[in-house]
Design a protein. Sequence first.
Length: 342
Amino acid sequence: MSEITPLDQVGEFGLIRRLQKSVTLSQPSTVLGIGDDAAILSPDPGHDLVVSTDLLVEGVHFDLTFCPLKHVGYKAVAVNVSDIAAMNGVPTQIVVGLAVGARYSVEALEELYEGMRLACESYKVDLVGGDTTASRGGLTISITALGHVPKGMGVRRSGAQANDLICVTGDLGGAFLGLQVLEREKQAFLADPEMQPELDKYTYVVQRQLRPEARMDVIHELRDLGVMPTSMIDISDGLASEVLHLCKASGTGARIFSENLPAANPMLEVAAEFNLDPIMCMLNGGEDYELLFTVPLADHAKLKNHPDITIVGHMVAQSEGVNLITKAGQPVPLKAQGWEHF
């Protein structure tokens, strides 16, 4: 068994030095990374800077009963990269703030940072600094992501117009059902600590919850296809909530067709097992970190055969409202029933 090192044995600066050893820099715009009072970056004058911050709090965003620290680290980076992607940007750097409880060892935090390192490597992002402090509670992670987008190509939530196509990447509902599986296994473990979780047949949905991927691949593909979204947002709080955000910002209504919602077979199987409506899971589950975006009707031919983009509806005049169209053709007002923090 490997030796466990208490944090007070190495101190704040010793911890930073240890974690710094695993950090490599690859972005040309990174002039100076970890080790000084601030990082120095030199963005290209032909690009706009994109910045986003997310907090992940133990007991609110993750449960270490079933979420390994390496996965927490990876997810913390991925959700921030997803925000940069939602602006049509390319991430370049992150800074990390940690508030750490006394029960954490140096090795535990190295495991957390290993997950961050893997994500940074995957998304070609530099970790250039941050801060650590003590916490009287659990673990809190704050990540600020920086990226760039060519001037004039940043995509906001407010650019959609009536008749624009509404598109979704990937499939929906898996992360929510992965959480249901993990919560069930946790309760079974608490009732009988000798029980070993059986997760083999739930690999897909559990992975969607524990280690989501930001859809940077789609951002690059849209550029290659010559498609410029008119509005965009990532799906963190559920599709219904995000559609309403786009409509409010753009001053439009929307028609979403239930039969067009992208569902993966593993999600459908787990929904049936839990006796949950898969449409509800896809609309309100959240944490899929797929991209929801709108494009002009003229781009239909460029996207209709894309294997990982689904056209789920279209924008309409604001006066027509925001509706889910059932298979029977009936409009049902779309309501946000996903996650709200307060």
